[in-house]
Design a protein around this ligand. Structure first.
Ligand SMILES: C[S@@+](CC[C@H](N)C(=O)[O-])C[C@H]1O[C@@H](n2cnc3c(N)ncnc32)[C@H](O)[C@@H]1O
Length: 286
């Protein structure tokens, strides 16, 4: 894959060692990214305005608290896992619809095939399950890896962080290469979780029927990632079902997240759905 040249704006020379650690993540994980560090002497905001005006491709920003953010479509976004602390600590089937749908336990192996900002992965891993996270966008994968490294420095997050494995790859090619590349143990997956992109205008509030406000993070993602075609949706769902049925000795399932009003993935009706006003989780049981 061709490497993407990506500007990394930073505000202080003391950050150079942190930039080195990002370079190490990039080479250790074979990410097709070439960082172009740029020290911002003046106001970071001014430089961002310039970047947006010039409609340059996505860039990264490193702030003075070592938080790495992505600038895309005029928005600056970061995984900010620390903001999920409360949810992660109290997550259970009562409070989290995703856990009702996924029905996992501490010995489960979960594959989150569309990791995004990793928020759903965190909730899934809060149960004690191991979560393998696939993310096709190299910059998103780098954000996730950097966030995992940052949060691993906090003692109360270490166990959770150790249960996450992040891989930069396309889920469809991961599924296609599984039989050759992975041994039985690595293929043992009880739950595959899918949250692919959908058209930006398909978010609708089920109560008002009006377009629901899309969060800043999703807006930024829409600049980077396309919704799958119907054929890709079919392939995603079929491959996910095949993986769970091959590898799961106990019962397994595929769980798909959709906006509440959106059609089923690949137009295939699930066995059961769980929903609130905004989102729906469709469960396909194996
Ligand atoms: C809607 S977001 C997922 C949000 C995520 N559930 C969260 O909690 O932050 C979809 C993400 O999946 C990634 N993605 C979409 N299709 C993919 C594929 N075939 N393989 C791997 N990643 C994919 C996109 O790049 C995007 O980051």
């Amino acid at each position: 894959m061709l490497a993407n040249h990506t500007k990394l704006l930073y505000v202080d020379n003391a950050q150079l060692s942190f930039i080195d650690s990002l370079q190490t993540l990039i080479s250790d994980h074979n990410l097709p990214i070439v960082l172009i560090p740029e020290l911002i002497e003046g106001k970071l905001k001014q430089r961002l305005v310039q970047l947006n005006t010039a409609a340059e491709q996505a860039a990264l920003i490193l702030d003075n608290k070592h938080k790495l953010s992505l600038v895309s479509g005029g928005l600056s976004v970061a995984p900010e896992w620390d903001k999920l602390q409360r949810r992660v600590v109290s997550a259970g089937r009562k409070s989290e619809l995703i856990l009702q749908a996924a029905k996992i336990s501490a010995d489960s192996q979960v594959l989150d095939a569309t990791a995004g900002f990793g928020h759903d992965s965190l909730i899934l891993a809060s149960t004690g399950a191991q979560v393998l996270m696939l993310e096709q966008q190299p910059l998103m994968a780098l954000l996730l890896l950097a966030e995992q490294q940052r949060m691993s420095q906090q003692p109360n997050w270490q166990k959770l962080m150790a249960r996450l494995t992040i891989i930069n790859c396309d889920a469809l090619s991961y599924f296609a290469h599984l039989p050759n590349n992975f041994d039985e143990a690595k293929r043992a997956v009880n739950v595959v979780y899918l949250d692919p992109m959908f058209p930006a205008d398909s978010y609708q509030d089920s109560k008002t029927g009006k377009g629901a406000k899309v969060g800043k993070q999703m807006q930024a993602l829409h600049q980077l990632a396309e919704p799958p075609t119907l054929a890709e949706e079919q392939q995603l769902l079929q491959s996910a079902q095949a993986l769970v049925s091959q590898s799961s000795k106990k019962q397994g399932r595929v769980v798909v997240k959709r906006p509440q009003q959106a059609p089923f993935l690949a137009n295939k009706a699930p066995d059961e759905s769980w929903h609130n006003a905004a989102v729906r989780f469709d469960g396909y049981f194996i």
